[in-house]
Design a protein around this ligand. Structure first.
Ligand SMILES: [Zn+2]
Ligand SMILES: [Zn+2]
Length: 290
């Protein structure tokens, strides 16, 4: 099989030929259909993951079809279309795992960083860490849902979005564009914050009712009509640097223990959104031959 592998920090990706791996106990062999590209791969290249194992096949936004089952595996059956994501495996027994915070497990592996990922024709995954995909899913559009989709969905679920809830999305990049579409589909009133005026048409296409160009507009005032009124009336000091304010709030929330991550539940939920056409737009490239 062909893979694109990384030999170390800062090294270029190189295409190599490897034998097709055999799935071991608890593992499945997946024929890869598509693998998304994530900014995490840039972090990997820059040496920001001291736990990375080189050489490694990067890529954790994988869709494919189960081709073979390892010893003891009864699910998912061969021929099942599956997706897999950032969390490759966890111990299943520690306090974090038992309470549903597997991503915090100290023995976890990360797909494409601590274990070979999806930049290849075949992938070995853990049977308990893949998600069956619904019929009719475009496997290319579905791949980024396994990372950016779960990330956006988890945030919206934790925020308990209801119809009419006002949601501000900071930047309509990979995660932000999906978050805006999910939030709009949940009935939220969505605002997108971007640096320049160029983003307005795209923001509206993603379902936002308000676009704030932060280069020339105070974001806090634009998002809060009541505050905006006060500012017009007499001049109220507004919090500028909204991203910094949000980041500070997140630190407080984490310190207070307000943190729940349920990857298995979220990736199933996200996969079920796909028939409603809530998937990202993707550019497609084939694995190069050399
Ligand atoms: Zn990712
Ligand atoms: Zn664990």
């Amino acid at each position: 099989m062909r893979v694109a592998e990384l030999s170390g920090v800062g090294a270029p990706l190189s295409v190599a030929e490897r034998p097709v791996p055999e799935p071991g106990p608890g593992e499945i062999l997946v024929k890869v259909t598509a693998c998304g590209m994530c900014y995490s791969e840039v972090n990997l290249l820059n040496g920001e993951y001291p736990f990375a194992r080189f050489p490694v096949v990067p890529g954790h936004e994988i869709t494919g079809v189960v081709a073979a089952l390892g010893p003891g595996v009864e699910w998912p059956a061969a021929g099942t279309a599956v997706g897999t994501q950032f969390l490759y495996s966890s111990c299943g027994q520690c306090d974090y795992c038992v309470r549903g915070d597997q991503i915090l497990c100290l023995s976890k592996k990360i797909t494409g960083i601590g274990a070979d990922g999806g930049y290849g024709e075949d992938f070995i995954g853990r049977a308990g860490f893949v998600t069956p995909l619904p019929d009719g899913l475009d496997p290319v559009a579905g791949a980024p849902l396994m990372c950016a989709g779960i990330t956006a969905f988890n945030g919206l679920r934790q925020a308990r979005i209801r119809p009419g809830t006002r949601v501000a999305v900071l930047g309509a990049g990979g995660v932000g564009a999906i978050a805006a579409r999910f939030a709009a589909a949940m009935g939220a009133r969505v605002a997108i914050l971007g640096r320049s005026r160029d983003g307005e048409a795209r923001a509206k296409a993603l379902g936002a009712e308000l676009y704030v160009a932060t280069g020339d507009t105070d974001p806090a005032g634009a998002l809060d009509p009541a505050a905006r009124g006060r500012e017009q009336a007499g001049g109220v000091a507004q919090e500028r640097g909204l991203a910094r304010a949000v980041a500070a709030h997140q630190r407080d929330a984490l310190a207070g223990g307000e943190r729940q991550i349920h990857p298995a539940q979220d990736r199933r939920s996200v996969a079920q959104l796909v028939p409603h056409a809530l998937h990202p737009q993707c550019d497609r490239d084939a694995l190069p031959t050399s």
